[in-house]
Design a protein around this ligand. Structure first.
Ligand code: P1T
Length: 381
């Protein structure tokens, strides 16, 4: 089945008792047992809830995997993966990561004796040289947040396979519509479902998908043991979001492409980071491994200072100044002081996140209205 059909149908069929076309929302924390330990598959909603099951199945189907797990945030999903590791293990990670992921690695897991090497993931030699005897996990985002760097998933997968390393791909920026990491050889795909999957900026949620039974068992154990699980209403909202993911992604991609071209041609803009532009260093890989270049882009003004960026950020009206991304509405943000503030400045600068970098989450409004909004803000800079 094509992904657009899966978006509409994945995870459920009409409900057998009443014939309801949409799955009911099961507001229950617990389930009656016929005898101690005898039940119909659900005993307590931290371990499982039918509304969550439907969503987890839908997510797994969309990512082409066999096991899906949903969490009460993207960070809850990241944490469940890291908890599969033990003291002494080593992780190779992409150097440009969402600030919260970087913070969890450095501030929560390093002190538990897990070590990390942050690298650019730009070549086989670079990745090979970062691998140590104790390397258990490789963590990449592609395209990255916020510099839109593209990492070759198939290359990482083949190196990881050779060394018996689990490859995790944070697929948040692409969404399952534009990129399928499991098909390219990744072992786990991770999502902040708060973003494109939810799609309407009205929930916080994370997701993991794998086709590896042993990994699935470990992730399920961490999910139910730690308990960062979403409630049934959020699961329903996420499922409802997924039903239009294919249509929304098409609009996000078309609008972002037009805005990238507009910004690239603008005299007050010096650099545009968007994998859909032929000049982007990751354009070739993105063309191979993505079916569209996404709705996220970043750029720098010709006078690339924090003050000038601030003038721009206060000058947009349609692009609302806010963290997060992937909703129907357009957002603008300043990674250095917002989403990536927890990364020390010198490391942030080394990773290409300058003080003046501006990030756009391009929504599904009319492209010309969005461009007009950007033009107004640029004229004030
Ligand atoms: O916010 P949460 O649902 O917990 O997801 C964390 C996360 C993980 N991975 C990526 C690539 C992300 O972008 C995020 C969250 N990002 C933002 C809030 C942001 O504005 O970039």
């Amino acid at each position: 089945m094509k992904k657009s059909t899966l978006c509409v149908h994945a995870g459920h069929e009409p409900e057998p008792v009443t014939g309801a076309v949409m799955p009911p929302v099961f507001f229950t924390s617990t389930y009656v047992q016929q005898a101690p330990g005898e039940h119909q598959g659900y005993d307590y909603s931290r371990a499982g809830n039918p509304s969550r099951t439907v969503l987890e199945k839908a997510l797994a189907e969309l990512e082409g995997g066999t096991h899906g797990f949903c969490f009460s945030s993207g960070m809850g999903a990241v944490d469940a993966v890291l908890k599969t590791l033990s003291t002494g293990d080593h992780v190779v990670a992409m150097n440009d990561l969402y600030g919260g992921t970087y913070r969890l690695f450095r501030q929560s897991y390093e002190k538990l004796g897990i070590s990390f090497s942050f690298i650019g993931c730009s070549s086989e030699a670079e990745i090979e040289s970062a691998i140590q005897p104790g390397t258990k996990l490789m963590w990449i985002e592609t395209p990255t947040n916020p510099t839109l760097t593209v990492v070759d998933i198939a290359l990482c997968a083949s190196i990881c396979k050779r060394h018996g390393i689990t490859l995790v791909v944070d697929n948040t920026f692409a969404s399952p519509m534009l990129q399928s990491p499991l098909a390219l050889g990744a072992n786990i795909v991770m999502h902040s479902m708060t973003k494109y999957l939810g799609g309407h900026s009205d929930l916080i949620m994370g997701g993991l998908v794998t086709s590896d039974a042993a990994l699935a068992e470990a992730l399920f154990f961490n999910q139910k043991s730690t308990g960062a699980t979403p409630g049934p209403m959020d699961c329903y909202l996420a499922l409802r979001g997924i039903k239009t993911l294919h249509l929304r992604m098409k609009a996000h991609v078309e609008n972002a492409q037009q805005i990238a071209l507009f910004l690239q041609a603008h005299p007050k803009v010096s650099r545009v980071f968007y994998p859909g532009l032929p000049e982007h260093p990751g354009h070739g890989i993105a063309s191979r491994q993505m079916s569209g270049f996404g709705g996220m882009l970043s750029f720098e003004l010709s006078t690339n200072t924090e003050e000038n960026a601030r003038t721009f950020l206060l000058g947009t009206k349609l692009f609302v100044l806010a963290e997060s991304l992937g909703g129907v509405e357009s957002l603008v943000s300043h990674p250095a002081s917002m989403t990536h503030a927890s990364i020390p400045r010198e490391i942030r600068l080394r990773n290409g996140v300058s003080d003046g970098l501006i990030r756009l989450s391009v929504g599904i409004e009319d492209a010309q209205d969005l461009i007009q909004d950007l033009e107004t803000a640029l004229s004030a800079c």
